[in-house]
Each structure stands twice: as C-alpha cells, then as structure tokens.
Write a protein that binds this ligand. Structure first.
Ligand code: PEP
Ligand code: CO
Length: 463
C-alpha cells in the first residue's frame, strides 16, 4: 500500500490536524466563543511537565523490553461531579494495591498510569439521540456537553473545556499532595478490605500472597525506615483518550531546552479505536507530539494497517514511544492477535503490547443494563498472556476500567454478582467498571498467571 502523504516530511504544527477529516468532534454553535476558550486555555499553565513525560517514556521502553509491567486503569469517563477526595483516593488506593500484587506475581517493577485528570470526552456511535420524538446531540462527556436531556444541556459548550482543565488540575494537585505525603498506611495489606476472599475458591492462595506481600513490605521498611524508601514515593502518571483535539491543541507546547512539542495536559494520551485512521485528524495530531502515545487496536485492524500506523506515529522507532492496547473480546483474541504480533515482529519493531480486556466484552442485558462478565475479562487476559508467549514475546501491561468503590456494574467475581444485583449500585454513565473487590481479585488472578513464567521468588525491590 502506498501512502498518500510523505509523513516524514509533511509539516506538522499543533493545528495541522485541522486540515484533515476529524471524527467525533462536537459542533459548537458559536465559532467566536470556541476561539476565545481555546485562546484562554492556551495561556494557562501546563498540568504535567516534559521531564515527567520523558521519565514515563523511559519506563514504557523498559516495559516493552519485558523489564517492567504497565498497570493502566480508571473510570471509563470521569465526571466533573465526582472530582471529590474519596473518589480520587479510592482510585489511587486500588491502583496501588493492584500494583503491589502484580509486582509480587510478575517480579517486575510496575508503572501505574491512571485514566484520570482529563478523561472527560467520549466517542459516540451516534451524533444524535432521540427520546419521545425529541432529537438532541448525544452526550459526549463533561468536557463537551451535559448529560441531562434538554437542548441547553446537550448543546456543546466550549467553556466546558476550561472547566475540564480546572477539574484535571484539581485532581492532579491532590494526587501530587497525597504522593508527597507518603500515602499514609495504604500500602499495608492489613488495611485492605479482603472480606470477599472468603467467597473465593482461591482463598488460600490469596491469603498466602497477601501475607507474603506484607512480609516483603515490612522487610523493606525495617531496612529503610517507615518514612523513606521507594514504597513511600510511588509514581502515578496520567492518561486520557485525546479525543477533543481543540483541548489537546491548546495544551500543546514547546518547552525550554528540549526539541519538539509536548502535550502537557497529560503524560500519556491514547488514540481511541474509532479515531485511529491514518490520514485522519487524530493521527495527524498524535504524530507530532513528543509524548509516549498509545493506540487502541480493535478487531477491524489489519496487519498492514497496524504497520502503517507504526510508521506514521513512530518513524524513528524511539524506545517507549509506541504502545498498542489491544481490545478484541474473549471470543476473538485468538484469531485477531497473532497476525498482528507476527507483522510487528517481522517489521523488526519493539512496541509495548497492552491488553484492554474490557471494551471487547461489553454486553447489554435484557433488563437494559450494559455489563461485562468477570470470567470473560479474565479469559481474554489469560489468552493474551498465552498468545504473546507463543509468539515469542510478552504482554507488557493491562488496561482496566475500574473504580475503588463498591459499585455493581460487572457480573461475577468471588462475591458472585448476578444480573439482579446490578441495580443495587450501578453508577457508571458510560461503560461498566470492575469494583474494588473485582479489581483486586483480577490482579491476584493475573499475578498467579504471571508467577508461572516469572523467575524465582525474591523480595519486592520496588513498587
Ligand atoms: C475507552 O477506553 O473508554 C474506549 C472508548 O475505548 P475504545 O476506543 O477501545 O473503544
Ligand atoms: Co469505556
């Protein structure tokens, strides 16, 4: 296949995407107000720094070489209303606890990346929604419009980009403060909520693993002192789907003493499955930024299409630059993944492969609830580990939609959540998330799987 454009020489700027077809963008009624909002956003300080972004890129390069593991997770969509202390701390807590479990199973350092501080825009399959004969624009996330079904709420409002930036700044500020404060006692497994374990056929294994993690942490603390050492200085990086390109453009900057342009609204933007067309506006925007970038890869992706994307997004084959997050569904991964792994290997490329076992396993029940089954999620993940291994490589990370709270959105897990339970605490406005117990159980199951291929047991040397 020949490329219509010579990507290596085509000029790029933070606004060059505007000359390409842009999918999933809102239509704002007033162009002048859009311009004002973008100008204002362009003058506000950045949310992250280029040196944090480069540090993450270095860690992703290690993960691509099999020396680290990536844990990426958070809400399908953040909402402005849920920018609260309990919501943020519970998300950090579950990611931290899962990462401890994974370090232990995988015997690899784990990099934690949240779907937070900017995950406010959602792709939609329909531009419009009709209820009782009334047709309005679809809800596209709090960055764009509001959920309530009135013309005023659904009309895209450019000022919401500024509100989103502010919410992201509040979130990131609180996360940084918690990290600087050492995150108190959260790393002590004795504070974990493990009541659900008694319902699990894996109870003994879980208790053994959690006890071993506790012993390792105590050992480290006795060496380093409780207030020092790496366990009190864990990193969290941020990521979101870079969908609303005006928002991304406004935070794309040059920084002193570094070449290139950085998206300083997040460390690690990803390109959604619906907007990953070569020749489209999103790929155009992504190719010019210096951040590490991820692309969601669904069942329609061909080996040629994937290699073309890799050529456009990572022409220099820079370590840590490119991550592919595959999301096929448990029934299709065995067919879809191997040809892609083969193509990338033959091209001599090293990329980071991550499995998102959520988005290919969504179903709508007869009672109207959108859900995912714990067993299907786990089946896809286990298949991903096996298929990467069979192809001579390895799965370098996992990507979940989860929350630290006690919601009932996904079916299954040790507690046995059933269809009828979903109504009890179904809170997601978009996709169903694993709750605290399901997320921790998932980490324990993955850790078991990873322990099979990891080297001999040794103490946690870093989290
Ligand atoms: C998402 O991650 O919320 C999402 C919409 O994913 P995908 O682009 O893989 O469908
Ligand atoms: Co989602």
């Amino acid at each position: 296949m020949t490329l219509a454009t010579d990507w290596s020489t085509a000029t790029w700027s933070p606004t060059s995407w505007q000359t390409k077809p842009a999918l999933q963008q809102p239509s704002y009624p007033d162009a002048r107000r859009v311009e004002e909002a973008v100008r204002e956003l362009s003058l506000l300080p950045p949310l992250v720094t280029s040196w944090e972004i480069e540090r993450l890129k270095g860690q992703l390069a290690e993960a691509a070489r099999g020396e680290r593991f990536l844990l990426q997770g958070g809400d399908c969509a953040e909402s402005f209303e849920e920018c609260t202390s309990p919501a943020i701390t519970s998300k950090l807590k579950i990611l931290l606890q899962m990462s401890l479990v994974l370090v232990h199973g995988a015997r690899r350092r784990v990099t934690r990346v949240g779907r937070f501080a900017g995950q406010y825009a959602k792709p939609r399959s329909e531009d419009l929604e009709t209820r009782d004969g009334v047709t309005l624009p679809s809800y596209r996330g709090d960055l764009i419009n509001r959920m309530a079904f009135t013309a005023a709420d659904r009309t895209p409002d450019p000022r919401l980009m500024l509100r989103g930036y502010e919410r992201a700044a509040l979130t990131i500020n609180f996360i940084r403060a918690l990290i600087d404060g050492g995150f108190a006692d959260l790393h002590h497994p004795e504070y974990w909520d493990l009541d659900w374990v008694q319902h699990s056929p894996h109870a003994d294994e879980y208790h053994r693993r959690v006890a071993a993690i506790r012993d390792s942490l105590h050992f480290l603390e006795s060496l380093a002192g409780p207030q020092s050492g790496e366990i009190n200085r864990v990193d969290y990086f941020t990521s979101h789907e870079a969908l609303q390109l005006l928002y991304e453009q406004a935070q794309t900057r040059q920084v002193p003493r570094r070449a290139g342009w950085y998206n300083l609204s997040t460390h690690f933007p990803w390109l959604g499955m619906r907007t990953a067309q070569v020749g489209g506006a999103h790929v155009e925007y992504f190719r010019g930024i210096a951040n590490p970038v991820a692309v969601k890869v669904g069942p329609a992706m061909t080996p040629d299409g994937l290699l073309e994307l890799a050529d456009v997004l990572d022409p220099q084959q820079e370590p840590g630059r490119l991550t592919f997050i595959h999301r096929f569904g448990h029934a299709r991964i065995a067919d879809k993944l191997p040809p892609l792994l083969d193509a990338v290997r033959r091209a001599g490329r090293t990329v980071l492969w991550v499995c998102d076992p959520m988005h290919g396993n969504t179903e709508t029940l007869s009672n109207g609830y959108k859900t995912r089954r714990f067993e299907n999620i786990l089946t896809e993940l286990e298949a991903a580990f096996d298929l990467h291994e069979q192809a001579g490589g390895q799965l370098g990370g996992v990507h979940f939609e989860l929350t630290g709270d006690d919601v009932t959105e996904c079916i299954g897990g040790a507690r046995g959540i059933r269809e009828d339970d979903l109504r009890r605490a179904y809170r997601s406005q978009v996709d169903p998330r694993l709750n605290y117990e399901q997320a921790l159980e998932m980490a324990l199951r993955i850790a078991e799987r990873m322990a099979k291929t990891a080297g001999p047991s040794r103490n946690l040397n870093a989290i």
